[in-house]
Design a protein around this ligand. Structure first.
Ligand SMILES: [Zn+2]
Length: 83
């Protein structure tokens, strides 16, 4: 039960969610909007929507909506490990 697992309900989040129709930018599968749609909190930890920087911050990418996309936490982590 941690606040950090709540979806980032910000304007950017809602804009991206609408553009991507709730699908992960990396694998294309649907993401849960909130943890109450899932039976297990562990699933939520892996599948929760997270912000992914299209151009990594380390490479000078910004935090603006045009450099962000939504991806499963697990997909984001996988990508992060690769870069
Ligand atoms: Zn994904």
């Amino acid at each position: 039960m941690s606040q950090s697992f709540a979806p980032p309900d910000t304007e950017i989040f809602r804009t991206l969610w609408g553009q991507q129709e709730g699908c992960c930018a990396l694998c294309g599968l649907a993401m849960p909007r909130d943890r109450f749609g899932l039976v297990h909190a562990t699933l939520w930890k892996k599948q929760r929507p997270t912000f992914d920087h299209i151009r990594p911050k380390a490479a000078g990418g910004s935090d603006r909506a045009d450099n962000l996309q939504l991806a499963h936490a697990a997909c984001n982590k996988r990508k992060g490990a690769r870069v």
